[in-house]
Design a protein around this ligand. Structure first.
Ligand code: SAM
Ligand code: SF4
Length: 322
């Protein structure tokens, strides 16, 4: 089992398969994707060796992310490889949802067991203002399809002072009758968004206090759970979660490692650098990778230093998938 010197175990791999994105979210890629690197993304064969290596070390959940993962034509094949790897019990994906309505059946048939869809506003005009795309209606229809197929749906919204801070009632009204798990994510500072961060960061703590006052109960985390604190309420079909990376002890429950689209291991979302594991993926077997991962994990730090304004090598989250 992959375990670091602080006793944290890594059951959960976030695998970026591209850093390209077709949206231009104001907090992430405000000017759209800039093609400034060689697009030499991991191949299907490399992904096979990678996931097998992680699975041998105890990883049971893989999240496919990006950039926008649905931009890769071989996405269904990648989902299938992850789902068929011995030891992997759960394959999920984070998407901006632009292909959800058309492709969700194919992804589920390939082995996808749940999905996170990013929706920062339920107001179509605000949604378009944030992302640059008037796609909210199609994304909501895609969510209905995913629910009808029986998979778990989580909805990510980044909490933004100047955009959606006063739209929370709309989200609560929606999840009263829609069985999705809503997640509000505190805006994180990255190398590129300092000004935007200062104008828009809002703490999730007052929302947590309000949830408790309103009769929401906090759920106990499972070993492969993501970073959200999750709440449920008997009057709501949906659940509500908060991701608060600036809160005390956020990193103590870290259970995930990240691989960039070009095959770099990131021990933390805000690590100083990615560690090159790609040569180990050229092997037929995953033995070399297993040895390398075990050795590299000894460098994982106790915490990120976001609260002190250090964002490491991360200029925006499209690089690594959040
Ligand atoms: N393109 C896909 C999407 O948007 O769902 C996957 C990649 S995106 C980087 C993953 C998640 O990170 C999204 O939910 C997005 O809203 C979130 N995100 C991006 N930049 C962020 C930031 N600076 N702070 C907090 N969350 C951020
Ligand atoms: Fe693209 Fe996702 Fe970043 Fe929005 S948050 S620009 S959809 S990578």
């Amino acid at each position: 089992m992959l375990e670091d010197k602080y006793g944290r175990r890594f059951h959960y791999l976030r695998l970026s398969i591209t850093d390209v994105c077709n949206f231009s979210c104001d907090y992430c890629l405000p000017d759209g994707y800039a093609c400034d690197t060689k697009r030499d993304f991991l191949s299907v064969e490399e992904i096979r060796v990678l996931v097998a290596g992680f699975a041998k070390l105890g990883t049971s959940k893989v999240r496919v992310t990006g950039g926008e993962p649905a931009l890769r034509r071989d996405l269904a094949e990648i989902i299938g490889i992850c789902a068929q790897t011995k030891g992997i019990e759960h394959v999920t994906m984070t998407t901006n949802g632009y292909k959800l309505e058309s492709d969700i059946e194919t992804w589920v048939a390939a082995g996808l067991s749940s999905i996170n869809v990013s929706i920062d506003s339920l107001d179509p005009k605000m949604f378009a203002a944030i992302t640059g795309h008037d796609k909210l209606d199609s994304i909501l229809r895609g969510i209905d399809k995913a629910l009808a197929l029986g998979i778990d749906v989580k909805v990510n919204a980044v909490l933004l002072k100047q955009y959606n801070q006063f739209e929370l009632t709309q989200f609560f009204n929606w999840i009263k009758y829609t069985p999705v798990s809503m997640r509000l994510i505190e805006l994180m500072q990255t190398g590129d968004n300092l000004n935007f961060f200062h104008k828009n960061h809002v703490s999730g703590m007052p929302i947590k206090e309000q949830l408790i006052k309103d009769g929401w109960t906090q759920k106990i985390r499972s070993k492969t759970a993501g970073p959200a604190q999750e709440f449920f309420h008997p009057d709501y079909l949906g659940r509500f979660g908060l991701i608060m990376p600036y809160s005390k002890d956020f990193c103590a429950s870290c259970n995930r490692l990240r691989i960039s689209a070009t095959g770099k291991l990131h021990l933390c979302l805000f690590a100083e650098q990615g560690l090159d594991i790609r040569p180990s993926l050229a092997e037929q077997s995953s033995d070399k990778l297993v040895a390398q991962l075990t050795q590299l994990l000894s460098d994982k730090e106790a915490t990120h230093w976001l609260q002190d304004g250090y964002t490491g090598a991360t200029t925006h989250l499209a690089m690594l998938g959040g």
